[in-house]
Design a protein around this ligand. Sequence first.
Ligand code: SAH
Length: 363
Amino acid sequence: MNSNAQAVWLDAFARSADDSDGRAPLAATYDLKPYRLAQLYRAATKEFAADLDEVTTLPADLRRRLAADGLRLESIAPVVLQRSSDGQTTKGLFRLRDGNEVEAVLMEHWNDRTTVCISSQAGCAYACAFCSTGQAGYTRNLSAVEIFDQARFFARELKSRGKKITNVVFMGQGEPFANYDAVMDAVRLLNDPNGFGLGHRHITISTVGLVPQIERFAGEGIQVNLAISLHAPTDVQRSSFMPVNRKFKIGELMAACAAYVEKTHRKVFFEYVMLEDVNDDDASARALAKLMRGHLYHVNLIPYNATPDAPMRGTGDGRIRAFAKTLDDAGVPTTVRTPMGRDIAAACGQLRAQTQPRARAAV
Ligand code: SAH
């Protein structure tokens, strides 16, 4: 697994020059010994070097040659950085080499916990009605390194302040399980003890509910957390604002989750965004409790970050508390998520929506 992460990174680095098509592997082109490759990989993934100049373990003439050939350590460049007024949330909009833009968000909690929320695709094809990214449509998958570099950016920023990333969540733009292989490679890059070194248990993948990939993920043998964007307890409700539910019904989704727990003995987290008069009544709470009861499941109730282009409003605090109490009373472990970064439009897709025109329609 370790060498695998390094191979993924070095392969992307070798292709990072604009004219890299058909280029021979790095080691052969530059006559690099394995320890040189390891130094390069380590500088990028453990020291978070942004520029070849910073990789002082390599001889200066080699650094110059690599740079002159157009090889670059960074696959993304920050375009906009916004910090919330309380200083706890920093949102970045990043430009990819082809001009597409994606967002990532750093949340610094009151304790020493820091969570980075990263994107796995430019845009998203799943068109959930309440989600800003979903409204803008799908553009393309990100590569493993483009995903990883979002975490690397914030790791570097935190390091300058003596802090570290403690958690990474795949809850930015895109559907991670629709870009499965790159996301798994990004997990390898995040986890590699010789590199970034973030424990699997500190990584969470959130999916809209793609059943075949949930089944595949159950077989990975890794301790990465799984979160399901459920958002409604009945097919009629869920299909009305999450088109994916027409393909994978709640029964099938819940069966895949039960099988996942049985195989992995790991808890599944269910996200439930609270939408006024859509999914927030007592009957919905009771139906949700029924789906959850008796399993190793945890519900995260998410206060909605209203987006200008969505037709929905968020549920008020009192109703959220009542909803949570119904779940609590039924014995379902429930957390109400603390909203962060509302003043900087930090919900999925909101910043990109402000700066980029709509992508082409969902496919
Ligand atoms: N496609 C994946 C991951 C990206 S969305 C998924 O569906 O899980 C990450 C989470 O943020 C999902 O639970 C999503 O439903 C939620 N979300 C999206 N827009 C939101 C908003 N405006 N306010 C609150 N939560 C939102």
